[in-house]
Design a binder for this molecule. Structure first.
Ligand SMILES: Nc1ncnc2c1ncn2[C@@H]1O[C@H](COP(=O)(O)OP(=O)(O)OP(=O)(O)O)[C@@H](O)[C@H]1O
Length: 564
C-alpha cells in the first residue's frame, strides 16, 4: 500500500491500486470503504462486499445476491417482479470475468434468463424441471436440468447481470420446490443439494447480513487513462504493461523473474528476494501467533495469580531445554508421563503434567501450587516451580533418585540400588507408613485443597491401599485382577481371615497382635461412608500406638527374632 494508507480491512488485504480513505490511497475508481460496524470489519466497493483481491491475477471476488422468486401457491408469488438485477458495475474499472464464472438456475419448474450489456443485447438461459424431490439429481451431481441447470459461458464485456423468469405466472411444483433461484457465480462453486429446493434446511448460499449471496469473480483494468501507450499506473521498476483481455484498458504486471505489486514504486522485487520476504513475514506472523498462545495459556492457567507469589516460573522453552526435549521418561501417572531433567543450576528435577485448568478450578489450582511450593517437610517432594505457558500446566519437582515405594515392594530392584527382592522388616514398613502419614497430615493441616473431586478422606482411602501393600506385599491389583482392598475387607469381615493375607516375611506369633492392630486401622480407612473413616491425624496417632506396641513386644524377643 502507499504510505499512510491502510493495507487491510478486517481479514482482507487491500493492495494498491485499491485503497481506503484519502484520495491518494486509491487509483481513481478503486476506492474501498471499510465498514467497521462488522467484526471483523468488511471492505465494500460501493454496495458490493469484497471477499478478496488479487493484484497478480487482476481479479476481485465479491459477494453478490442470489435472485429468487418464491411461490405461496401454484400461482401466487412473494413478488410481482419477474426481472431482478444481480449486479450493476457499469462505468467502473470492473467487468464480470468471463472464464471464471457460470450461470446457474435452481428449481423444479424453472425457466431462467440471464441478460446483460446495454439494451440487454446479450441473452441466454436454461430450464430445470423435476416431478418430485426424489426425481431431482442426487446431491453433488452436475446441473443438467434435473433440479438445476447451468450455462458455463459468460461473454466478455459484461457489466450488468439481470435475471428474468419470463412471463410465467404459475409453479405447479411449488409444494416441494417453492422457490426458483438464479445467479452468476464463480465457476465450480455451486454443488447441487436437494435441500436447496425444499422449504426447510440450510441452503448452500452464504448469508451476508440477511441476504443470500454467492461469490462472483470480477476482473479489472486501468480503464480511464487509455491504453499501454500512456500507461501511468505501472510505476514500479521491472514492471510491464499489458492490454486488458476483457474490455478496454490495461493492466500492469511485474516483469519475468520479479513478483509483487507493479502499481507501487519499488513494488516488483526479484522472486528469490520476494520468497525470502514472504518467509520472514510468515515467521514473524508465526512467532506473533505463538507468543499470543503462550500468553493465553499463561493467563488461563492462573499466571496472573501465581506470578506475584514468588513461585519459580519456567518458560515452555526452558522446560524443553531442561528435559532435553522431553527425552527421558521416568514414569507415568494419572495425568501423563513424568520426565527427568536438569535445571541451569544443575538441580535434577522431575517434570510432570498437572490437571487441565479452566475458570471453574483456576483458584483451587493456584492455591494448591502456592501451598505445595511452600511446604517444607522431609517426607514431601519439594515443588521447584511450574510452567504455565503450556496447554496443561507442567509442575517441576525435585528428583527422587532412589526409586518409588512401588519399586521397592514389588520391583526387582532395577530402579533402585540393589538386585532381587529386598527384605523389609515390619519395623521399617511401619516407619514408612508413619512417614507417609506425617507428610499427608502436614499437607492436610495446611488445608491443601485438592483440585477435582479429591478430599482429605479420599486421601485416607488412597493411603490405606499403600498401608495394605506394606503389610501384604501385594499390588493393589494382584493375581490377575483381584482387588487388594476388596479382598482385604471381605477377609477381615470373615472370621478375621485377613491374617492369611499378611506377608509371610513379617508374620510371626510375636507380632501377630501388632499386625492385627494395623489391619484394624486399614479396615476403618476403607469404610464406604467417608464420615466413618478416620482423619489423617487420627491414623497417625493410631500408627504411633502400634509402633509403641511393636517396640514393647521387641523387648520381649530375642536378638535373632528381631533381626529376622
Ligand atoms: N519427583 C519425582 N522423582 C522421581 N520420579 C518421580 C517423581 N515424580 C514422579 N516420579 C515417577 O513417575 C511416576 C508417576 O508419578 P506421578 O506422580 O505422575 O503419578 P502417581 O504417583 O500415580 O500420582 P498421580 O495421582 O499424581 O498421577 C512415579 O511412580 C515415579 O516413578
Amino acid at each position: 500500500q502507499r504510505a499512510g494508507c491502510s493495507s487491510k480491512c478486517g481479514d482482507v488485504d487491500i493492495p494498491f491500486p485499491f485503497g481506503i480513505g484519502d484520495d491518494h490511497c486509491a487509483w481513481p475508481g478503486f476506492d474501498v470503504v471499510c465498514n467497521e460496524s462488522f467484526s471483523p470489519p468488511r471492505p465494500y466497493y460501493g454496495n458490493i462486499e469484497i471477499m478478496d483481491i488479487s493484484v497478480a491475477a487482476g481479479e476481485m471476488r465479491v459477494y453478490t445476491p442470489v435472485v429468487s422468486q418464491c411461490y405461496n401457491s401454484s400461482n401466487t408469488t412473494d413478488s410481482d417482479r419477474f426481472e431482478s438485477l444481480q449486479l450493476n458495475i457499469t462505468d467502473t474499472p470492473f467487468l464480470v470475468a468471463p472464464e471464471r464464472n457460470e450461470f446457474t438456475a435452481i428449481g423444479c419448474y424453472t425457466l431462467a434468463w440471464l441478460q446483460g450489456r446495454d439494451n440487454w443485447s446479450f441473452l441466454t438461459g436454461c430450464i430445470s424441471t423435476c416431478a418430485s424431490l426424489e426425481t431431482a439429481a442426487d446431491d453433488g451431481e452436475p446441473c443438467t436440468g434435473l433440479g438445476c441447470c447451468q450455462v458455463p459461458s459468460i461473454p466478455p464485456n459484461l457489466s450488468t447481470v439481470a435475471l428474468d423468469w419470463g412471463n410465467r405466472t404459475e409453479n405447479p411444483a411449488w409444494t416441494y420446490s417453492p422457490c426458483n433461484y438464479a445467479f452468476v457465480a464463480e465457476k465450480d462453486w455451486y454443488k447441487f443439494r436437494r435441500q436447496d429446493l425444499s422449504r426447510v434446511g440450510s441452503k448452500s448460499f452464504a448469508n451476508r447480513t440477511g441476504e443470500i449471496s454467492v461469490p462472483m469473480v470480477l476482473d479489472w483494468a486501468i480503464r480511464r487513462n487509455g491504453s499501454c501507450s500512456s500507461a501511468h499506473a505501472c510505476v514500479s521498476a521491472h514492471s510491464d504493461c499489458v492490454d486488458a483481455t476483457n474490455g478496454a484498458g490495461y493492466l500492469c504486471n511485474c516483469s519475468r523473474g520479479y513478483a509483487g505489486n507493479p502499481y507501487v514504486t519499488g513494488g516488483c522485487i526479484v522472486i528469490i528476494f520476494a520468497v525470502a520476504v514472504l518467509f520472514v513475514a510468515f515467521l514473524v506472523l508465526h512467532m506473533k501467533h505463538e507468543k499470543k498462545k503462550l500468553q493465553e495459556n499463561f493467563n488461563r492457567n492462573g499466571g496472573h495469580i501465581l506470578e506475584h507469589l514468588g513461585i519459580r516460573m519456567f518458560t515452555k522453552e526452558e522446560l524443553k531445554k531442561i528435559t532435553k526435549n522431553y527425552s527421558t521418561i521416568i514414569g507415568e501417572g494419572n495425568f501423563g508421563k513424568v520426565y527427568k531433567g536438569t535445571t541451569d543450576d544443575n538441580q535434577e528435577v522431575a517434570v510432570k503434567c498437572s490437571i487441565k485448568v479452566d475458570e471453574a478450578n483456576i483458584n483451587d489450582f493456584a492455591n494448591e501450587v502456592d501451598i505445595q511450593s511452600r511446604v517444607s517437610h522431609k517426607n514431601v517432594v519439594r515443588l521447584v516451580g511450574c510452567c504455565l505457558q503450556t496447554d496443561v500446566p507442567m509442575l517441576v519437582f525435585e528428583y527422587i533418585g532412589k526409586g518409588s515405594l512401588y519399586d521397592v515392594l514389588h520391583g526387582n530392584g532395577v530402579n533402585c540400588n540393589y538386585v532381587g527382592k529386598l527384605k523389609i522388616s515390619l519395623e521399617v514398613r511401619l516407619g514408612i507408613a508413619i512417614a507417609a502419614t506425617e507428610a499427608l497430615a502436614t499437607c492436610t493441616h495446611l488445608l491443601i485443597r485438592r483440585t477435582g473431586l479429591l478430599t482429605e478422606k479420599s486421601d485416607v482411602y488412597s493411603f490405606d491401599i499403600v498401608l495394605l501393600e506394606l503389610i501384604t506385599r501385594k499390588k493393589s491389583k494382584y493375581d490377575e485382577n483381584k482387588s487388594l482392598q476388596i479382598d482385604f475387607v471381605t477377609s477381615y469381615k470373615t472370621d478375621n481371615r485377613a491374617r492369611e493375607m499378611f506377608d509371610n516375611e513379617i508374620t510371626s506369633p510375636e507380632v501377630i497382635g501388632v499386625l492385627d492392630m494395623i489391619s484394624r486401622i486399614a479396615f476403618q480407612c476403607l469404610k464406604e461412608d467417608v464420615d466413618e473413616r478416620p482423619t489423617m491425624e487420627q491414623v497417625l496417632e493410631q500408627l504411633h500406638s502400634v509402633r509403641k506396641e511393636l517396640i514393647k513386644g521387641c523387648k520381649d524377643m530375642s536378638i535373632d527374632q528381631i533381626d529376622g
